[in-house]
Design a protein around this ligand. Structure first.
Ligand SMILES: [Zn+2]
Length: 297
């Protein structure tokens, strides 16, 4: 390693430490840890400059099959509040919190939402409620309440940010409804790798079919594979969609067998890279809707 690279590496380490230690540096910020980056982005919107917001699952990481890193309990132990989605998405979180060894306030952001349950009758709640924007509003309200309890002196500030963010979400909700209208009614069928879009379909009027069930842990059965191929042929579906956090292999195989086009890659259980338009919840949803509408209209 030459000296320049070494100096750059040292600088990186120093600046990395600095951003992680902002409690001390600014003296004021509280630390919030979320299970997935969809939630940590909403926390950023509500928490503004009073909250340092982290996510356990990074960009493109599948939360259904997540394996804890040694640094995760450490992150939780120095946090003031932990936000989880609930509906069995984070079956790994309890162990993580208990190995963090400290009492930390845990908030389930989906509280108050009645989940869609598995149509196959197992009664498992579908965790992907964030794709109905009116449910994302409930997430935001639960987050504002949690932050206000963890940091009461800034409660007015969080509620002010909540108000602004709810307006942004209302605008997004209306925009999606208008956009979906551009797809011919008989083409409003969304086929994806895993069943992450049932709330989306229900809210915005699309039939949805995932090759895998509501968790990527489920095995794909030959029968499901065949059913999707039949559906594509009978409805003359033009495009299917892969996801950033799920292996695209099986849908690509379906594409080869049927000639259906892979219309794009959707954000399902993770948003995009920070600093890009898709690095926010609202940006990722807009990207998805544009991708779906452009491929199916
Ligand atoms: Zn999922």
């Amino acid at each position: 390693m030459n000296l320049k690279i070494l100096a750059a590496a040292v600088l990186l380490i120093i600046s990395g430490c600095k951003t992680e230690n902002t409690d001390e540096a600014s003296g004021k910020k509280i630390t919030a840890v979320s299970s997935i980056n969809i939630i940590s982005d909403i926390v950023k919107n509500i928490g503004g400059d009073k909250v340092e917001s982290f996510s356990i699952c990074g960009v493109g990481v599948d939360p259904h099959t997540y394996h804890a890193k040694p640094s995760d309990p450490r992150l939780i132990s120095k946090s003031n509040i932990v936000f989880i989605n609930g509906f069995n998405l984070e079956h790994w979180i309890e162990e993580m919190i208990s190995s963090a060894g400290s009492e930390v306030k845990k908030v389930t952001v989906s509280e108050g939402i009645t989940p869609i349950t598995d149509e196959k009758g197992f009664g498992d709640p579908d965790p992907h409620a964030w794709f109905d924007v009116k449910y994302a509003k409930i997430y935001a309200e639960n987050i504002a309440k949690g932050l206000s309890e963890a940091d009461p002196k800034n409660a007015d500030y969080y509620n002010e940010n909540l108000k602004k963010y709810l307006t942004e979400l209302d605008n997004l909700d209306n925009w999606i409804k208008d956009e979906i209208q551009k797809i011919p009614e008989e083409q409003r069928i969304l086929i994806t790798s895993h069943d992450a879009f049932r709330y989306f379909g229900k809210a915005y009027g699309m039939e949805v079919k995932g090759l895998q069930g509501i968790s990527t842990e489920a095995k794909v059965r030959t029968e499901d594979f065949k059913n999707i191929i039949d559906l594509i042929k009978s409805k003359k579906i033009k495009s299917v969609f892969v996801e950033t956090s799920v292996n695209p292999k099986l849908l690509e195989q379906i594409s080869q067998e049927t000639g259906v086009v892979v219309g794009g890659t959707l954000f399902s259980d993770s948003i995009g890279n920070e600093g890009t338009p898709e690095g926010s919840y609202t940006g990722a949803v807009k990207f998805n809707v544009n991708t779906i509408v452009n491929s199916l209209k």
